[in-house]
Ligand binder design. Structure first.
Ligand code: UDX
Length: 439
């Protein structure tokens, strides 16, 4: 099929490349000239495993092209995917939906034949209903220009897998015709076993924020447990293993650590709280404020522990930090707890040398004053404390022997609970972790 993808950021670039890979003809609409030029050369402006190769192959075949014109988009396709960003508004906790509104207002006047516009962006519930009215008003095709909502659940680091093999396809539709178009479009995934949930626009919008709110709640739950474990000498990793064996609970998203970050979970729960307030149901969603508070406190607790581990004063302390990205297999530092902790230690007076296998450049753009190292060992040089803050696999390969003569003091803090603390301790290191006994 011929499709357009409006907004070629993380979500859009992935969707465009993956759909071209499946054989569709794709026209990507991107208003940022720098990003558009990069994509048109077959390059990807962020790190996502496998995406660069897939996108450049798709551009090479001519099945994926880019434009900045809504007229081109409307002339090219009758199925349009909205993938623009909905960041947190600078003034409040609300999501800023201006890019979604602008896209619909830009596209609609060019829709002079039946078309389906499919929102994939994460939006506050009620947005789609509003957009479908705008579409019907501004499109020459009138009610033949339809809107559907089809939220995207992709995880950074697994974006292609999640796009090509989704664990569910949610179709928010106002009408059976939109459902048919989308079922045909997603036939390869549906035939492959991805379950489909067909629902209304509002439910489809809510599914996405509810899923992210639940995941965030799980993480904050286990991080709150970590605090209790620290107060009692219990071990949060064993606790998570034990409760995770209960299928009703499940072990995933129960890794205690320095808290969640990234471009989705933090802003989505805040936007949800804000929207609940507008809808008059703030009491029902007030627990999400606690989820956010626990998450923020978790970062602050790491700064406190790090300060204590260097003797109570950051002034004059040298800290090596492993990891800047909000999670491994990503160069994304949006709301990254790792970078936040590193930044606070620096602002508190410590010398901070940080290394991330992929995110040094993006971190340096956001927080230039830190010293960026070329390797994990270099980050640890002269350190009074090494902090492991993003769980890249290469950090697990480092042994005490690699660092014994590099650091000033043999002290390690594992903010992700994946290092073998016993191995470090038996090599003479002081090793601590989130929610685990000091021993
Ligand atoms: C998330 C959702 O998982 C995805 O479905 C949605 O489409 C977008 O938001 P993503 O932001 O890529 O995806 O990251 P995710 O893997 O969910 O991790 C989010 C944060 O939680 C990371 O900072 C991660 O380190 C943290 N996390 C995750 C934990 O601290 N503990 C866990 O057990 C799991």
């Amino acid at each position: 099929m011929r499709i357009s993808v409006i907004g070629c950021g993380y979500l859009g670039a992935t969707h465009a490349a993956a759909m071209a890979d499946l054989g569709h003809e794709v026209l990507g609409m991107e208003t940022d000239p720098g990003r558009r030029a990069t994509l048109a050369r077959g390059e990807v402006p962020m790190y996502e495993p496998g995406l660069a190769a897939m996108l450049s192959a798709a551009v090479g075949t001519g099945r994926l092209r880019f434009t900045d014109s809504y007229a081109d988009v409307a002339a090219f396709a009758d199925l349009h995917f909205l993938c623009v960003g909905t960041p947190q508004s600078p003034e409040s906790l609300a999501a800023d939906v201006s890019q979604v509104v602008t896209a619909v207002e830009g596209l609609a006047p060019h829709l002079d034949r039946p078309a389906l516009v499919v929102g994939k962006s994460t939006v506050p519930v009620g947005t789609a209903q509003r957009l479908s009215l705008t579409l019907a008003e501004l499109a020459p095709a009138g009610a033949e220009a339809m809107l559907a909502w089809n939220p995207e659940f992709l995880r950074e680091g697994f974006a292609l897998q999640d796009t090509l093999h989704p664990d569910r396809i949610v179709l928010g539709v106002a009408d059976g015709r939109a459902e048919k178009v989308l079922r045909d479009f997603y036939a390869p995934m549906i035939d492959d076993g991805s379950p489909v949930v067909v629902t209304d626009l509002a439910t489809a919008e809510l599914v996405k924020v509810a899923a992210n709110a639940f995941l965030a709640t799980k993480i904050s739950f286990v991080n709150a447990m970590a605090e209790v474990c620290e107060a009692t000498g219990a071990d949060v990793v064993d606790l998570a293993d034990a409760i995770g064996h209960d299928d009703r609970i499940g072990r995933r998203f129960l890794n205690a650590g320095i808290g969640f970050g990234g471009g989705c979970l933090p802003k989505d729960i805040r936007a949800f709280v804000h929207r609940a307030g507008e809808l008059g149901v703030e009491d029902a969603m007030s627990f999400l404020r606690h989820v956010d508070d626990i998450n923020q406190r978790q970062r602050e607790r790491v700064v406190k522990v790090a300060t204590a581990m260097v003797g109570g004063r950051l002034d004059g302390a040298q800290v090596g930090v492993w990891g800047a990205a909000f999670k491994p297999d990503s160069d994304d530092v949006r709301d990254s707890p790792a970078l936040w902790v590193a930044g606070q230690l620096h602002l508190g007076g410590a010398g901070v040398r940080i290394y991330d296998p992929r995110a040094n450049a993006s971190a340096a753009r956001v927080f230039p004053p830190l010293e960026y190292a070329e390797s994990a060992v270099e980050a640890a040089r002269g350190a009074h404390l090494v902090l492991h803050l993003t769980e890249w696999p290469e950090f697990r390969e480092i042994t005490p022997g690699d660092l014994d003569d590099v650091v000033s003091r043999r002290r390690l803090f594992d903010g992700r609970n994946v290092l073998d603390l016993d191995a470090w301790r038996s090599a003479g290191w002081t090793a601590r972790a989130v929610g685990r006994p000091e021993r």
